[in-house]
Design a protein around this ligand. Structure first.
Ligand SMILES: Cc1ncc(COP(=O)(O)O)c(C=O)c1O
Length: 376
């Protein structure tokens, strides 16, 4: 890639959308085709996603938030039920719980990888607990064996929020095949974008059948029978949602998917370089990187001492950094601030993400590393 000038007006961004020429051409074709709603492109995108990521049962949706909401709904969450979750996530994770009028119960994280701590989950279970949501922070899979064992022993279901983790694996298995539900996001700045979009996967095929029914108002779309005046002859038996993906979004996804493997490699090379170069720098603690799993590498997060000074030093050198998501109990909707989450509290003062995206060049990564090596 050509060297890009790094300046105040041209800083190195933490994340950046990627849309290729094929995606643009695909969109033009769909817009001219006379069919822009959910149709053949969504079907094609679902088949390609299944093939590329080796995920057995999935449904495309209009966002990752829709996927989370449908997972809770199809899983049978009722008002007043408790869902054990993490505060260290995008608010979408916990909004979905509120949308079903259930209660988010925050478990603590493991400081080592910022993912939910299975021991803390166990301590939060009550007779009202129905489900566990775990978030694969930055794309690095949670301890899924432990989490699913706790769920089995307590008759709970598990939702993996894999919005950061497309393409990740755990003990050789694709993220998407392991738990009751796994949700993905194709929002603007994700590794694979459809501008906005999402996907719900499940190891139980009937769940995906249900999701496909519920994603469009529970209309049985395989029954097209109607009268001469277009009165539908089907029945709508239960509540559904307006959560389907449309063909324009699928067309973007199909184009971008062609470059996914190339940029997966690119991102993992950047992560490798960051890890090698930053490993022994005083004041930096890299996150855990167990060899039994691979990360989706959406973010490069780490813990840093004197985080504000660190961020200021990088900013002076035209490098952006970000906490990305604020612990959710800081927000009134999820408050009050919990005082029984010591590792979440510790990470609240140290967690930061460096630039990582498809457009990032080696020259830019070397610049980030050299500025960090100057100290802060
Ligand atoms: C952890 C996490 N969960 C869920 C979502 C929601 O996905 P979407 O924006 O596609 O609704 C996001 C972010 O976009 C996220 O980062």
């Amino acid at each position: 890639m050509p060297k890009r000038e790094i300046s105040k007006d041209n800083p190195i961004l933490v994340v950046k959308p990627y849309v290729n020429e094929k995606a643009i051409q695909n969109v033009i074709e769909v817009l001219r085709s006379g069919w822009i709603g959910e149709g053949p492109k969504v079907r094609e995108f679902e088949n390609k996603l299944s093939e590329k990521f080796k995920i057995n049962y999935l449904a495309a949706l209009h966002s990752g938030t829709a996927a989370l909401h449908l997972a809770l709904h199809v899983g049978g969450i009722k008002p007043g039920d408790e869902v054990i979750t993490t505060a260290q996530t995008c608010t979408a994770t916990n909004h979905a719980i509120l949308m079903e009028r259930a209660k988010p119960v925050f478990a603590d994280i493991r400081y080592e990888d910022v993912n939910i701590d299975p021991d803390s989950i166990s301590r939060k279970i009550t007779p009202r607990t129905k489900a566990i949501i775990c978030v694969h922070w930055a794309g690095y899979p949670c301890n899924l064996d432990e989490i699913n064992k706790i769920a089995r022993e307590n008759n709970l279901f598990v939702i993996e929020d894999a919005a950061h983790a497309l393409g990740a694996t755990y003990k050789g298995e694709s993220i998407g095949n392991i738990s009751d539900f796994t949700t993905f996001s194709f929002q603007a700045i994700k590794q694979l974008t459809t501008a906005d979009g999402g996907m719900l996967a499940s190891k139980h095929p009937p769940h995906i059948e249900k999701v496909k029914l519920k994603r469009w108002f529970s209309i049985p779309r395989n029954n097209k029978e109607e009268t001469i005046c277009c009165e539908p002859l089907y029945d709508i038996k239960e509540v559904g949602f307006k959560y389907q993906m449309n063909d324009v979004a699928a067309a973007i996804g199909l184009g971008n998917l062609e470059d996914f493997d190339h940029f997966k490699k690119h991102r993992s090379e950047i992560v490798k370089l960051y890890r090698e170069e930053l490993e022994n720098i005083p004041g930096i603690t890299l996150l855990e990187n167990n060899q039994d799993r691979t990360s989706g590498n959406w973010l490069f997060s780490m813990h840093v001492k004197n985080r504000e000074k660190f961020a200021a030093k990088l900013k002076q050198n035209h490098i952006n950094t970000s906490v990305v998501h604020l612990r959710n109990d800081k927000f009134t909707a999820f408050g009050p601030l919990r005082n029984d989450l010591p590792q979440t509290e510790k990470a609240y003062h140290t967690l930061i993400s460096l630039p990582l995206h498809n457009h990032l060049t080696e020259h830019e990564v070397q610049h980030v590393i050299s500025i960090i090596k100057q100290g802060w």
